[in-house]
Design a protein around this ligand. Structure first.
Ligand code: COA
Length: 283
């Protein structure tokens, strides 16, 4: 599939998905939203065929993503109420589709991740940020609010940080983003791609079905009492341990060998990543 505002590169079971509107800092409009929804559907199919195991989400140019396209949003004043709602629902579907991908998504954040850009960080499973990256739920500064991204952001940063950051719209550092759970690791520009590759390698060492099941389990258990969670958790492990993949993993451990699903991140990609990291340092 070809996209106007997304760049996709497949390296074995790894999909590198890059938001590609660098002139507007990868802000997303209705076309980007439609492309991301289409991409997520294709990624889901690819994961079902076992072709896809990990996604790396990044931004082209100077930053990750400046959120919703302000020019596009300002034009919605001419929409009917119904059109406005349909438009906002499409944006919600985009975030939900990324959030619910059955494969892990690693966010590679450099430059700005503001508004919906911070929302995109929130739907990643693992986020690695360059130390100079800037985050913010800046919507109120524009007279709007972080509504569509709120379920995803709240699940990551919790109510207390949301009350501060949604209401002030203040920009905050990568270190603060890590403190509130939006980011998992903060590194220098030179270390960014190697750190992402390390996470990808970690994910390629785990059973793909087990990882998908672990990802699905979290929202099923989160917020429930232990009593309510117990049957869900018990059913999840009972199914997994007798599965082909579960049996392969358990046997591989006992036989002191690597399981059949194990893959290494290719060296070709490492070389490209080193080059990209140098490009970032020059920016
Ligand atoms: N929507 C539309 N255009 C945007 C944009 C957005 N969210 N964010 C940046 N742009 C455009 C700018 O208008 C500018 O366009 P121009 O070259 O025609 O003037 C271009 O992208 C580059 O932006 P600039 O501010 O010059 O780049 P920068 O690297 O100095 O700063 C940001 C980048 C992202 C920090 C800054 O652009 C910014 O704060 N953007 C607003 C982010 C925001 O509040 N998002 C929430 C939206 S709900």
């Amino acid at each position: 599939m070809s996209y106007q505002h997304l760049k996709t590169t497949r390296d074995g079971a790894i999909e590198y998905l890059t938001l590609n509107r660098p002139d507007v800092r990868n802000a997303f409009n209705e076309q980007v939203i439609a492309e991301l929804i289409a991409w997520a559907a294709a990624a889901r199919d690819s994961a079902a065929r076992r072709d896809l195991r990990v996604v790396v989400l990044a931004g082209a140019g100077k930053g990750f993503c400046a959120g919703a396209d302000v020019t596009w949003m300002s034009k919605t004043v001419h929409y009917t109420e119904e059109d406005n709602l349909r438009d906002a629902m499409a944006m919600s579907r985009m975030f939900a589709a990324l959030n619910e991908l059955p494969v892990p998504v690693v966010g590679r954040i450099h430059g700005a991740a503001l508004g919906g850009g911070a929302g995109l960080a929130a739907v990643c499973d693992i986020v690695v940020a360059e130390e100079r990256a800037i985050f913010g739920f800046t919507e109120v500064k524009l007279g709007i609010l972080p509504a569509v991204i709120s379920p995803f952001a709240l699940a990551k940063i919790g109510r207390s940080a949301a009350r501060e950051l949604f209401l002030t719209g203040a920009r905050f550092s990568a270190t603060r983003a890590r403190e509130i759970g939006l980011v998992h690791e903060v590194v220098t520009a030179g270390e960014l791609d190697a750190t992402v590759a390390r996470y990808v390698q970690e994910l390629l060492a785990g059973g793909p079905e087990a990882i998908a099941a672990a990802k699905a389990l979290i929202p099923q258990v989160w917020g429930h009492t232990v009593d309510a969670a117990m049957p869900v958790a018990a059913a999840a492990i009972a199914g997994r341990r007798v599965s082909r993949e579960g049996q392969e993993g358990l046997r591989a451990f006992l036989e002191k060998r690597t399981p059949s699903w194990y893959q290494r991140v290719s060296h070709v990609k490492d070389a490209k990543e080193t080059k990209d990291a140098k490009d970032d340092r020059r920016e």
